[in-house]
Design a protein around this ligand. Structure first.
Ligand SMILES: *Cc1c(COP(=O)(O)O)cnc(C)c1O
Length: 232
């Protein structure tokens, strides 16, 4: 998998360049390698190249991968980033370190109740629909403040910040606008007293725009693992 190693390095370089432009330390941006649809062996190869944080979207696929990489569990961090139905929260609460896609209070309450007592609180982000599109998941900007306060009060969750998946946009200025909106909301929540440290935004095609607007986690799949084939 020489491509994978090369791609990882190229993505790290893109993050470093964008961070430099923004006057930020590149170490303040975590690269989350989104391994959905790719086999456990690719995750193992990326791990061997120093990558530790991986993102998955589909519960069953992720559980199989986590199990086949159980020998590496202590040095892997698993992030759930896909749409989460309430009947699938238990295995996510039991097997993941982070959930980025909490988009309503009910999901957060279930994750908190189902998080095993022997594990540290589950790190979560509130997913916000910044592009204002009815078809996308995420709470609206207007409800976000109240929902964030309620989630922050749950005992077995650690509300770390906000996540968004904006509409794809062509040029960097258009890409920056929704990321800026998320950052402004993040700052408002911090002014309200919430101790947040995470802005999960930016993917393969817009990670520079996200880093310029303050992303602390960029979620990158295609640029590392290649194009996804959903046929299998
Ligand atoms: C698939 C996915 C990504 C990665 O997207 P790429 O364009 O392949 O980098 C990031 N975030 C979420 C929520 C995803 O579902």
């Amino acid at each position: 998998m020489p491509d994978l190693i090369y791609n990882l390095e190229a993505v790290r370089q893109r993050i470093a360049t964008a961070a430099h432009t923004a006057g930020r330390d590149a170490r303040s941006v975590m690269l989350l390698a989104v391994s959905k649809t790719f086999p456990a062996e690719d995750v193992r190869a990326a791990h061997a190249a120093g990558q530790r944080e991986f993102g998955e979207n589909y519960v069953q696929e992720a559980l199989a991968k986590i199990e086949s990489l159980a020998d590496l569990r202590a040095s892997l961090e698993w992030h759930f980033i896909g749409p989460l139905q309430s009947n699938k929260t238990r295995p996510v609460a039991e097997h993941f370190d982070w959930v980025h896609s909490v988009d309503r209070l009910k999901i957060a309450q279930r994750l908190s109740e189902q998080r095993p007592a022997n594990l540290p609180p589950l790190n979560v982000c509130l997913q916000v629909n910044v592009s204002g599109e009815a078809s996308k998941s995420g709470v609206g900007v207007a409800e976000a403040v109240e929902v964030a306060q309620e989630i922050a009060a749950l005992p077995k969750l650690n509300l770390r910040g906000l996540m968004s998946i904006p509409e794809p946009a062509g040029d960097i200025d258009a890409q920056r606008a929704p990321h800026r909106q998320l950052r402004e909301l993040f700052e408002r929540l911090r002014d309200d007293g919430l101790e947040l440290d995470t802005l999960s935004m930016g993917m393969s095609s817009d990670l520079e725009a996200a880093v310029l607007e303050g992303a602390t986690i960029v979620r990158v799949g295609t640029a590392i693992f290649g194009a996804r084939d959903y046929a299998h």
